[in-house]
Design a protein around this ligand. Sequence first.
Ligand code: BG6
Length: 489
Amino acid sequence: MPDVRVLPCILALFGALGDLALRKLVPALYQLDREGLLHPDTRILALARHSDGEGDPLAVIEKRLRHAVPANEWNDAVWNRFHARLGFIAMDFLDARSYADLRDAVTGDLPLVAYFATPASVFGGICENLAAVGLAERTRVVLEKPIGHDLESSRAVNEAVACVFPENRIYRIDHYLGKETVQNLIALRFANSLFETQWNQNHISHVEITVAEKVGIEGRWGYFDQAGQLRDMVQNHLLQLLCLIAMDPPSDLSADSIRDEKVKVLRALEPIPPEQLATRVVRGQYTAGFSKGKPVPGYLEEEHANRDSDAETFVALRVDIRNWRWSGVPFYLRTGKRMPQKLSQIVIHFKEPPHYIFAPEQRALISNRLIIRLQPDEGISLQVMTKDQGLGKGMQLRTGPLQLNFSETFQTARVPDAYERLLLEVMQGNQYLFVRKDEVEFAWKWCDHLIAGWQRLGDSPKPYPAGSWGPQAAVALIARDGRDWYGDH
Ligand code: BG6
């Protein structure tokens, strides 16, 4: 039996026939139902633009769901129960007349969770229309990223939503916050006094955050080319990870205590001055290369590509945090498409002991690192120095891991998708895994400054072959400080 309190609601999924809903949200809801985490009274309303000639929308949803759920997790009884909760309403989200059917379908007094899996440009219009049919009072709204394209446009979106909804009923998604290992960062840091005493510039030399993806851009070129990797990944996912690593301990687990601490970190990010862009930031764009042993096209050769685009598909940067705890500790961030493997990991590098007593030639070996693997093979590994075993070895040092592999340790059959956790939390009314307005805005402010510097300098991305770890300049960026990216080969 689940040990969370499962509360009922009506979930209205705006954009239910879109890619995100079909690929992630509907499968996540099915999995919640399978795990007994949807209340028996919970109903799901799939909402999308649709005309009669386009076939049965629920059949489309079923087909995509069967495709998304692994065969051993498909259960006909669960599907029948899930199907019974599901309704479809054809709507034009910006047409107020469309909302009469939705209002009639929202019977009883359950809370309404309105999930906007739509472009941010329609968020404001949906909010107004929900208010116009009297549904706003009972509603929590869930906003998908990207929220805007820069500080100004994100403010416009946030303000349009805020005209109807108070902040405590707005749930901004950053799906990285729903990943199990990301939540584990909070447990690791604040349930173990062992780490907290070491977690500062006295003991840590530097931090690496890598989010590498194997996929390219393929069908998403239109969206991605307007964004680039900095807006698509750094403004949200990487800065959120940085915040969870760098923040001070919150006074409790409430949403605002955690978010207040994250905001302090975002405010302390040092803006990168234009004259340091060349040494502290590297933009890259993939060219033709190999993925899974097969040739793949470069970014500019993808379908629908604009051959002159200078959008970056890779970015590496050195970030400094201006506060007491982190002064002098660089955070090296890098993220890219078409990397050799899918890998998200955080590596905390500890300083050398203050006084060294072993053989001088072994000195380079000395390194305590805490490696937090977010995906794949979620787990935590602490690399410690030990003595090599054996009479003949003298005081020969070696590095060995103290390892915690989550799937082996907890014998979990599968790692839940981030959207399962996030949907569950919003249905329970918990905001702590969602991003507050000021977090989004401080993150944009910092990124906007960086982008303005690129534009002023006319910086263009450096090529890197698909299937590599990015441009050589990314190696030089960290090598300049006498370091290298952990684990690259
Ligand atoms: C999304 C980005 O937010 O995150 C995508 O828009 C990216 O470009 C995706 O591919 C990565 O998410 P994950 O969970 O696969 O690491």
